[in-house]
Design a protein around this ligand. Structure first.
Ligand SMILES: NC(=O)c1ccc[n+]([C@@H]2O[C@H](COP(=O)([O-])OP(=O)(O)OC[C@H]3O[C@@H](n4cnc5c(N)ncnc54)[C@H](OP(=O)(O)O)[C@@H]3O)[C@@H](O)[C@H]2O)c1
Length: 348
């Protein structure tokens, strides 16, 4: 072991299975010796951890898809970091990689590139293209999600109206900007004035609606989209989605991307009977899981990196410093504390 490394590794584990919104007491930080890479492996030091809503799904006893955690397991989570020891022929000390290596300061990778279904496969990160933190946000899985869910399911055409929920988040803020690039009119839903100012100012969304304070969301949608809604990029589900459904245009499209409105719920409130709306308006509703596009992820990254270079898209990061603050950063995402991508910085 290199003398420059500390002795111990810290990991965030699930101490208790959360009910509804996670609490700090649902997490614990444990220490273990830093592992030694075997032949064909490398040791990665995390620079940033990614706080993602998907981590919450893995903490449920049963999830819609993919494995769930047992109490005491290291939190599933992405990190970007630097190779600090290598016994892998293709990676050298100083290389940067990103992957689902768990919420810990040091992680072993065998260099696998299998990333679907929460596999710990890694991808190389080139710090010359963009800051390494973007590999967890705009150039990472949130970016790939925004790109393909929008272009393959919402399919916005010039002049159409697209509604995006969680519009100031990592995925939503990019999806809205890509829809603008496609020539669509974009309506974003979010929860604070800061976020509304950002999406309608710097990001160029046409309308922002505060779904928490608007007394009548349907009336606000009718005003924002007088010709009805052609595509809904649905990050939240629940009542918000049911309301939007009532104002969808004929032959419109809905991408089911996330379910944030469930994050603080412990029961299953009754949903609207939506069959009639879908049928009479000939709406296409399709579920989206980013792993179905893993083979095409580079296509999305190249396009997004190009738009970034041309100044056509902007991004923001909400950065919390310190490993011990990772659970709080995760809870903050679940309660809307983030603008853009929520990160935990471990190395400055
Ligand atoms: N299907 C896939 O393959 C895939 C892949 C990646 C991400 N996702 C999903 O995409 C969505 C966005 O992910 P992200 O990483 O970009 O997160 P994010 O949008 O940056 O952060 C989550 C946001 O959810 C909003 N929120 C929290 N509680 C809410 C509630 N009760 N009702 C409505 N909104 C609520 C908050 O924004 P406001 O201030 O606007 O409320 C919060 O900032 C999530 O649902 C995530 O699970 C899906």
């Amino acid at each position: 072991m290199s003398s420059r490394l500390p002795n111990m590794n810290r990991k965030v584990v699930m101490a208790n299975r959360p009910v509804g919104l996670p609490k700090l007491s649902d997490f614990a930080i444990v220490e273990a010796p830093i592992p030694e890479p075997k032949n064909g492996e490398m040791l990665v030091r995390a620079h940033y951890l990614s706080a993602d809503p998907l981590q919450r799904y893995r903490m449920d006893a049963v999830s819609g898809y993919g494995k769930v955690l047992a109490e005491g397991d290291v939190l599933k989570g992405r990190l970007v970091g630097e190779v600090v020891q290598s016994r892998h022929p293709d990676y050298k000390v100083g290389d940067f990689v990103e992957g689902m290596l768990g919420w810990q300061e040091y992680a072993i990778s065998d260099g696998s590139t299998k990333r679907a279904e929460y596999a710990p496969g890694i991808a190389r990160v080139d710090p010359k293209i963009a800051p390494i933190s973007t590999s967890l946000g705009i150039l990472g899985f949130p970016g790939v999600t925004a790109y393909f869910a929008l272009l393959e399911i919402c399919k916005p055409k010039a002049g159409e109206t697209v509604v995006i929920s969680s519009a100031a988040g990592a995925v939503g803020s990019l999806a809205g900007q890509i829809a603008k690039i496609m020539g669509a009119r974009v309506v974003g839903l979010t929860s604070t004035q800061d976020k509304l100012d950002w999406i309608t100012g710097e990001l160029g969304f046409d309308v922002g609606i505060n779904y928490r304070t608007t007394p009548d969301l349907l009336a606000a949608l009718k005003q924002a989209a007088p010709n009805k809604i052609d595509a809904h990029f649905d990050n939240v589900g629940g009542d918000i989605s049911d309301t939007i459904l009532q104002h969808m245009a004929w032959h419109s499209r809905i991408a089911l991307v996330g379910n944030m409105s469930r994050s603080d719920k412990t029961d299953r409130p009754p949903r609207m009977e939506y069959q009639q709306y879908l049928m009479s308006s000939r709406v296409l509703m399709q579920g989206f899981i980013v792993y179905d596009y893993e083979d095409r992820a580079d296509e999305a990254r190249r396009a997004i990196a190009g738009w970034l270079r041309e100044g056509k898209i902007k991004y923001r990061e909400t950065v919390v410093d310190g490993f011990e603050n990772a659970p709080a950063a995760f809870i903050s995402v679940m309660t809307g504390g983030n603008i853009g991508k929520q990160l935990v910085r471990l190395v400055k």
